[in-house]
Write a protein that binds this ligand. Structure first.
Ligand code: ADP
Ligand code: MG
Length: 605
């Protein structure tokens, strides 16, 4: 067994290594890895020494090792909470294959097997016990676990505990309540996607205020991010032009609907081996597409976001999004599939404001006003009531009712009993639902802010995930750091009018720094030298040239929050202002090179 208890020091020979000293040999001998991946050693050391840790690293960074190694080094059983049965099964199988004693308890297991796992746990015959969080609500189960305290508690996918996270699971809430029973073991919470707000929430709910927060690895040096505003009608041509260059493939193209994946795949299929991929296709078909892409028989897959989980292809050169994604988290996850081999790769996002309005529309239908849920809640009682009857009492049309009832159920305000009968749930649904709605709205704001950003894209992404230490160094590759290398976005020299307005902006700010951008438009273009759009393009150019810095601000008016931006001169801006230098680059019409006629390529569709 790999678990060597550090306390069993022998009298003869040299002293046994301490748990921390064992980490290197465990890594090599038990896991068969030559060396730690970045940050793993530091995290393992902290956890082994008994510190609470919140670890935020991207998917694939190797977070599992950061609890598995310390668990073995500490000697005893590590309790792992994990939200997905499939994930749990994989992890347990992988550990067992390495000769480590691991078991799992979840709803998919026969009672007898679960009981056997409990017995092994209580007898101290396990190195790892994986459990699903809802187990914590099973009467006496947490007490049973507490009879033999774990040496480490690992909470995988910890963002599920937060209603600010993208995958909130109410069962995770029980953790805060039940964890004290299982302490004093150190707690390590692991996740790939925790914005600063979610991080706060995780730490607060798990009651690990003194935990070390390690947020690492979000910067991707080989990845050039390009974001271009482009009308929907022009996007297919742009994708075709972008992928026409052989070195830009293999590629994944993410499209928002099944229909669009099929249409675009058909079009691209005339030039290179391409297939669509979406959840509406039969499983067998999807597996075939994935395997063919993996092998290299397909060069391009046009997919909905259903594609990508479990894809392990290291040489993807390009990931294109043909519409604004729903959140920065999912966007980052998807572009992260490019350039895994460390060679240069590019992520291209095509969007415009119509995309954003579409998201708003989805939001309004998917997340009805809390007052709508309230009507259903009021129509429910202790006595089970048929759904149709409830709908009549709440006076809602069928579609709205279905969605509102589902949201009410998710947030605990209603429970299904029997076939189609419903009873009232807990009163607390309203706060949870309101928070979830606000979170959805915030995600849309964040992704729009990324798309309209005027400074380094990689810095914006790194900052989004809360890594403040690494958020300043410009990547030198994105469309804002290296405009000349952009595929679709284009820049041109400023015209005379634009130069004039640029100098007026610098001059106005030299006189009074921090003016609001709307005010600044009025004072710099009273003669309509440029219209508002033209002025915004100049301001944009000044920010990109690092002469002006924008800051978000807000004020309240009639109970509403109005957001606006203030402009400030940078040092370079001062110098340009006094030197009368208004030379900047202005965003131009996107490049839609009509693709060359290519020889017809084999299509595997
Ligand atoms: P995460 O949970 O961060 O998404 P995993 O823990 O699942 O990532 O690890 C991803 C892959 O990296 C796994 O196949 C794992 O075996 C491998 N891995 C982890 N650490 C190392 C290492 N030090 N050397 C080589 N491979 C590693
Ligand atoms: Mg993981």
């Amino acid at each position: 067994m790999p678990t060597m208890s550090a306390s069993s020091a022998t009298v003869h020979g040299p002293r046994s290594p301490t748990p921390v000293e064992q980490l290197g040999s465990l890594l090599r001998e038990t896991f068969g890895f030559d060396r730690f991946r970045p940050y793993q050693a530091e995290v393992c050391r902290l956890v082994t020494a008994g510190n609470d840790v919140l670890l935020v690293m991207p998917t694939g960074a190797g977070k599992s090792l950061c609890y598995q190694l310390p668990g073995l080094a500490r000697g005893g059983t590590t309790l792992v909470l994990s939200p997905l049965i499939a994930l749990m099964e994989d992890q347990v199988a992988a550990l067992c294959a390495r000769g480590i004693r691991a078991e799992r308890i979840h709803s998919g297991r026969a009672r007898l097997d679960a009981r056997a796992a409990c017995r092994k746990y209580l007898d101290g015959d396990l190195d790892f016990l994986f459990i699903a969080p809802e187990r914590l609500s099973v009467p006496r189960f947490p007490e049973m676990l507490a009879k033999r305290k774990p040496v480490l508690i690992a909470i995988d996918e910890a963002h599920c505990i937060s209603q600010w996270g993208h995958d909130f699971r109410p069962d995770y809430r029980l953790l805060g309540e039940r964890l004290p029973l299982l302490r004093p073991a150190p707690v390590i919470a692991l996740t790939a996607t925790a914005t600063p707000r979610v991080q706060e929430d995780i730490v607060a709910q798990l009651e690990i205020p003194d935990s070390q927060r390690l947020i690492h690895g979000f910067r991707r040096d080989e990845l050039a991010v390009e974001i271009a505003e482009l009308r929907r009608a022009d996007r297919a041509v742009a994708v075709e032009a972008a992928l026409d260059e052989p070195s830009h493939r293999p590629a994944i193209v993410y499209a928002p609907t099944r229909k669009e994946t099929e249409a675009l795949a058909e079009r691209l299929g005339e030039r290179f081996p391409t297939a669509p991929y979406h959840a509406g296709m039969p499983n067998k078909m999807r597996d075939r597409v994935q395997a063919a892409f993996q092998r290299g028989d397909l060069e391009v897959v046009v997919a909905t976001i259903a594609f990508g989980m479990g894809i392990d292809k290291r040489n993807i050169r390009t990931v294109i999004h043909t519409a604004l994604p729903g959140s920065v988290e999912s966007y980052y996850q998807e572009i992260g599939r490019a350039g895994r081999d460390g060679e240069p790769a590019r992520a291209v996002l095509l969007w415009d404001w119509a995309d954003r309005r579409l998201h708003e529309l989805f939001f309004e239908t998917g997340y009805p006003e809390p007052t709508v849920l309230r009507r259903i809640f009021d129509a429910l009682g202790e006595r089970p009531r048929r759904a149709a009857e409830v709908r009549g009492a709440a006076r809602l049309d069928e579609a709205t009712f279905e969605r509102a009832l589902e949201q009410l159920r998710i947030h605990g305000g209603g429970r299904k009993v029997g076939e189609d009968d419903w009873v009232r749930g807990k009163d607390g649904w309203r706060d949870a639902y309101t928070a979830q709605r606000r979170h959805k709205q915030a995600q849309l704001e964040e992704v729009t802010a990324l798309a309209t950003g005027t400074t380094c894209r990689m810095c914006a992404l790194v900052r989004h995930f809360g890594d403040r230490d690494d958020a300043e160094r410009r990547c030198g590759r994105c469309d804002l750091c290296a405009p000349a290398e952009a595929w679709i976005r284009r820049f041109r020299a400023a015209t005379d009018s634009e130069r004039t307005v640029a100098l007026r902006i610098l001059g106005a700010l030299a006189e009074r720094d921090g003016q609001g951008t709307a005010q600044l438009f009025k004072v710099t273009c009273p003669d309509h030298r440029l219209d508002r759009r033209g002025y915004e393009r100049v301001l944009d150019g000044l920010v990109r040239a690092d002469r002006v810095r924008l800051e978000d601000d807000a004020f309240s008016k009639d109970g509403r929050t109005i957001r606006f931006r203030r402009a400030f001169l940078t040092d370079a801006g001062w110098i340009a202002s006094t030197a009368g230098d208004g030379d900047i680059e202005i965003a131009a019409e996107p490049r839609l090179t009509p693709p060359r006629r290519a020889p017809a390529a084999r299509s595997t569709r």
